[in-house]
Design a protein around this ligand. Structure first.
Ligand SMILES: [Fe+2]
Ligand SMILES: [Fe+2]
Length: 330
């Protein structure tokens, strides 16, 4: 955004007007631009929650790395889980441009004061879950995140462009894994179906509560942080998945799922929001395990952060030892 300032010293209204005009004109708001406090706070909350989801999301799938059925599958899964760590890094960096430190955000995650996506509180019981997560969970993430590439906050929007490219690889590897299982032995087909049965409804919950109950939606849409409502995105996801499930030879576990000629979309059954709320409150099957593991990983990784900080300090411009070494090598 280029803020054009009046000749005389501008009052707060002038900054607010420049911000509103930039949002209306679909320009990007950049870190040094003036922005309303509530806009900043909303972005910090959303980006932090997104970053936390990326790194907690590594756990259910990492659970299968050592048990992947072939070297090829192991390599794919490792690449995918590493990507999620990378997504966390882009997003914590985007949050830092808003003036919050990574340590502060991680503290809030570890103390339960900031949330991550509820979907990662479900267990990965079989190998087919890796496929169902890729197809459905990463698929839902893409549906949510593609519009975020046009989010009004520049650093978040730019991070999303790269994240979405990687997410589409994640979605495809899951789909391909399920296809192979579905076309395999009877047991393999049953395993794929069972995974889809367990992941379908939680995936629909990933889009958040229905529009009339979504606390932050309207303001986020006005600020162009969000471009589509929760229900709109959920509908889009259902419409994408139905033909894909047919191609996979698998059934989506919803007897009410039918094509509606009039709307040109699929009608689907009611979501059990009491389950969503229970998991959100901390009563999902793996909430405790996920946060315990995250805290442990953070503590055990302290030496890596210390070493990286010491290395960076040693090689900082102006450091005498570095300068001496450089001079010697010239
Ligand atoms: Fe991701
Ligand atoms: Fe992903």
């Amino acid at each position: 955004m280029t803020t054009v300032l009046p000749e005389t010293a501008p009052g707060p209204e002038a900054y607010e007007a420049a911000f509103d005009a930039a949002v209306a004109a679909d320009e990007r708001i950049e870190p040094r631009d003036w922005m309303p406090d509530a806009y900043r706070a909303t972005l910090v909350r959303q980006i932090a929650q997104h970053a936390h989801s990326e790194i907690i999301g590594m756990q259910p799938e990492a659970n299968w790395i050592t048990r992947a059925p072939s070297l090829r599958r192991k390599a794919i899964l490792m690449a995918k889980v590493q990507d999620e760590a990378g997504h966390g890094l882009y997003l914590y960096s985007a949050a830092e441009t808003l003036g919050v430190g990574r340590d502060e955000l991680l503290d809030k995650l570890h103390n339960g004061r900031q949330k991550y996506s509820s979907i990662f509180n479900y267990p990965t019981l079989t190998w087919a879950d890796v496929g169902a997560i890729g197809w459905l969970v990463d698929g839902a993430a893409i549906t949510n995140q593609v519009p975020l590439c046009r989010c009004s906050y520049g650093p978040y929007a730019r991070a999303m462009v790269r994240v979405c490219k990687e997410e589409s690889f994640h979605q495809r590897q899951g789909y391909e894994l399920l296809l192979e299982l579905s076309r395999g032995t009877e047991e393999q087909h049953a395993m794929a179906q069972d995974a889809v049965d367990r992941w379908w409804w939680p995936s629909l919950m990933m889009f958040g509560p229905p529009d009339d109950e979504s606390a932050h939606s309207a303001q986020s849409m006005a600020w162009k942080i969000k471009r589509h409502s929760n229900d709109e995105l959920r509908q889009r996801f259902v419409d994408i998945c139905v033909p894909q499930a047919e191609a996979l030879g698998l059934t989506l576990p919803d007897p009410d799922l039918t094509w509606n000629e009039e709307t040109g979309r699929h009608d689907f059954g009611a979501i059990d929001w009491s389950e969503f709320k229970a998991v959100l409150k901390g009563n999902g099957p793996c909430n405790e395990a996920r946060i315990t593991q995250r805290r442990r990983a953070h503590e055990e990784g302290a030496w890596v952060r210390d070493a990286a900080a010491a290395y960076a300090a040693k090689h900082a411009p102006g450091d005498d030892r570095t300068n001496r070494k450089e001079a010697a090598s010239r």
